[in-house]
Ligand binder design. Structure first.
Ligand SMILES: NC(=O)c1ccc[n+]([C@@H]2O[C@H](COP(=O)([O-])OP(=O)(O)OC[C@H]3O[C@@H](n4cnc5c(N)ncnc54)[C@H](OP(=O)(O)O)[C@@H]3O)[C@@H](O)[C@H]2O)c1
Length: 422
């Protein structure tokens, strides 16, 4: 029986979840993997009333964990600066590291992997992206024989929960309040609904699949706060729904990195993944499209990913998969403004003759083609919604077109959403 000696740093939600899962599922873990794990020490600056660590040694200074006779430090404190310092100390003490911390990997991944390589230890982070839903080792090992041309999906449970509810007819604000009540959104939800969380995750996946740096160079990030319930109705009329998509796409040796709302076909696999779960689609050359969906948060799901890293470490302590991405060629990052999208525009326009003509002639003057333009039903107000779907054109021209459309006398309000090409 292979066994590992573990030190845990942090004693919160995820740490206690892993502690309990290692205890409750000990037989399944032994039977499925032939491994056993002994928690030798826990670094907890205070007790956690929700979990009794029994006879396991507790130290109040998390950094002291790295000095114990252990094989691996499991970093579960979260945050960036102290976590970085702790991980580097563990590495310098020649301990392997497992972390669920996407922020520290996103901001300091390259530094951490370089240090680990120098010291001959591994840094594993399966739970840092989509918790226990397997994606990190899937990309770096099981799919390593493939050229992966695109990774796309809903990587933030809060945003997918809110948009799924809006699709069913709810407004944004009460849905956000519901998400907070149900524990799907933080009291300060900005990181999730402004797109940063999804951006962190796709940045990490891109580093594995395409060797892009951590932290990545700046890439395009937009959240879901400007989406309206009515957009779902208009999108559905044309066979689309709206998702917050995080995308890493390799095209002509150029890498697109972006996270923003997008119209996608209702018939697509991703369109049907509703609620708080995460879902991804991978375009591969040898096995075609692969779909993965699962819980992207929660202590049990995260424990599953952490234990999968422990098993991996136990089975192959000498194979340095965490540094694989460093060997890939680094692709040039696309300039977001050079990308080409079709766009959905919602225009709130005065209900008077000549409005449609003024819109279509402005688009013609800008050489932007129109796939469809529809004036929706009169809402009993002095304005009507006009839904415009353009032909593909450059992102660089998008903001200017939007500004000029809003400058038309008859147009009172405007918003737009990119359409994701299939
Ligand atoms: N929760 C999830 O569903 C989930 C899913 C995937 C990944 N993760 C990641 O897992 C990690 C842990 O998350 P969590 O939900 O378990 O957080 P948490 O419940 O807030 O627990 C964090 C623990 O770390 C301790 N800690 C924080 N900063 C510290 C410091 N500077 N020195 C010493 N101890 C410190 C905290 O101590 P105090 O209690 O004294 O503050 C607490 O015990 C994060 O990186 C998170 O992003 C979480």
């Amino acid at each position: 029986m292979k066994s590992l000696k573990i030190g845990i740093c942090g004693w919160g939600n995820v740490a206690t979840g892993m502690f309990n899962a290692l205890h409750d599922n000990v037989d399944a873990i032994k039977q499925n993997s032939g491994c056993s794990f002994n928690i030798e020490v826990i670094g907890a600056r205070r007790d956690n009333p929700k979990c009794n660590p029994g006879n396991t040694k507790i130290v109040r200074d998390i950094f002291e964990v790295c000095n114990h006779d252990i094989d691996v430090v499991v970093e579960l404190i979260g945050g960036v600066d102290v976590a970085r310092e702790l991980i580097l100390k563990a590495i310098n003490n020649k301990k392997h590291v497992i972390t669920a911390n996407k922020a520290v990997i996103y901001h300091h991944g390259d530094e951490i992997f370089t240090a680990a390589k120098e010291q001959g230890v591994k840094v594993l982070f399966e739970s840092a992206v989509c918790a226990g839903t397997p994606i990190i080792k899937l990309l770096s090992e099981e799919l390593a024989a493939n050229n992966i041309t695109k990774i796309s999906g809903m990587l933030n449970g809060t945003s997918n929960f809110i948009l799924s509810n809006m699709e069913e007819g709810s407004e944004f604000e009460p849905t956000l309040a519901l998400a907070q009540k149900e524990g799907y959104a933080e009291p300060d939800p900005a990181f999730d609904i402004e797109g940063m969380d999804a951006a962190h995750k796709i940045g990490i996946l891109s580093s594995i699949a395409y060797g892009s740096p951590l932290p990545p160079e700046d890439f395009y990030i937009e959240g879901i706060t400007h989406i309206e319930k009515d957009d779902f109705t208009y999108a559905a009329d044309m066979g689309y729904t709206i998702k917050h998509l995080a995308v890493a796409k390799l095209e002509r040796n150029s890498l697109e990195l972006r996270a923003h709302p997008a119209l996608i076909k209702v018939s697509s696999h991703l369109a049907n993944l509703k609620g708080v779960r995460n879902g991804m689609e991978l375009d591969t050359d040898l096995i075609g499209k692969i779909h993965i969906a699962g819980s992207g948060a929660g202590q049990e799901s995260t424990a599953s990913g952490l234990i999968s890293d422990l098993i991996h470490l136990s089975n192959c302590p000498n194979v340095d998969s965490s540094q694989k991405e460093q060997q890939k060629s680094v692709h040039e990052l696309s300039v977001f403004g050079d990308l080409v999208f079709q766009y959905y525009f919602y225009l709130d326009a005065e209900d008077k003759p000549g409005v449609m003509a003024s819109i279509t002639s402005l688009l013609a003057s800008k050489k932007v083609g129109i796939e469809s333009i529809v004036q929706k039903e009169d809402r009993g107000k002095d304005s009507v919604p006009i839904i415009l779907i353009t032909d593909p054109f450059k992102e660089n021209d998008h903001a200017e077109l939007q500004k000029e459309l809003l400058g038309l006398d008859s147009v009172k309000a405007i918003r737009s959403i990119r359409i994701e090409a299939e």
